[in-house]
Design a protein around this ligand. Sequence first.
Ligand code: NAD
Length: 413
Amino acid sequence: MKVCCIGAGYVGGPTMAVIALKCPDIEVAVVDISVPRIAAWNSDQLPIYEPGLDDVVKQCRGKNLFFSTDVEEHVREADIVFVSVNTPTKTSGLGAGKAADLTYWESAALMIADVSISDKIVGDKSTVPVKTAEAIEKILTHNSKGMKFQILSNPEFLAEGTAIQDLFNPDRVLIGGRETPEGNEAVQALKGVYAHWRISSVNAMSALCEATGADVTQVSYAVGKDTRIGPKFLNASVGFGGSCFQKDILNLVYICECNGLPEVAEHRKQIAILGFAFKKDTGDTRETPAIDVCKGLMGDKARLSIYDPQVTEDQVQRGLSMKKFDWDHPLHLQPMGPTTVKQPDFKRIYGNMQRPAFVLDGRNIVIAEQLREIGFIVYSTGKPLDSWLKDMPAVAKMPCTDWRPSLPHESIT
Ligand code: NAD
């Protein structure tokens, strides 16, 4: 069996080193886009310090443990791909300062779908918001070149400073997967890895559980297994630090605020906006809701291509750079003259878009069924939702200015 871990950080490095040590029959590759980090893993000066880590790495490196920047090759060859990339707090866009930034996870998922030439189990080790696995599954499925992927949640509970000890003697190993024959098979396969040395316990807060479809008894069982929950963790001090706890608490608060959100966070989405004036057949962009929609999307780092036959580029730029009530003093622009709006060639557009491809129809002007036949996921205001959108948490179904965090990939609005 070949295992590959994307992300050679505090989690990926030690975890994979211990898997390699305990499972000599498994070939383990730890890959990262960071050249210096991989160089350090291959040197005598490891990039991170953990008591006992040096010994473990020395015993396995070059035998069944490899560190490489050749991400694609190792992913392609692996039976199980762990994803242990960073999920820091978002610094801009919706949820900035609270929500988890899933950019790295999403680009890893796109890459896995792109390079895979065999079916794979994808195990998530990063700390991610509820429902991320479902969203990642959709990204993998929509971009798959015929391969099948089973997504498993397998979060890591190690603490920095005692990582090796925690990995050798974990309080619990948590593996969550689809309750289907294929899902169970994948869970068993991953369980088989940990069974080399760990006794597995499998399964994945009450109002949040209800809102997100989780089972509170399973969650409380898993959480209760952590011996740090209780007196050990209740020592008063000056506060807490480290890269994980604060960001995870912030994100949990954010999820609760949102009633359970981020589906797929930000990849640099390419979005076409058709129509910018406040209604058709006018060039008047004062108080047009398009400004709020576009600003929100740009806040989430989307790249927008905006088209309105009656609106000039200057006007769009001005609209997007002005403060809301500066409209009391609008520019008087020259009309552009007659322009014909052609029916977009949706088949061709779909062919050029990343999957899943979205059409968000804020004016109910497209024929949704025809677009669905082409393959688009269509959201028409006030109309029944596609199954993808039905599965989304409540906040993602709010009116259009609030769609932004859940707009994966490319969309036409
Ligand atoms: P880290 O920043 O140390 O390592 C992440 C690595 O992923 C980086 O080296 C980065 O270059 C690499 N990476 C990002 N995108 C990539 C891509 N597309 N392809 C290849 N490599 C890529 O992070 P970490 O501390 O190991 O944490 C990883 C995850 O595990 C986070 O979600 C974190 O919250 C969670 N976690 C961390 C700890 C901990 O104690 N550090 C404990 C449990 C869980």
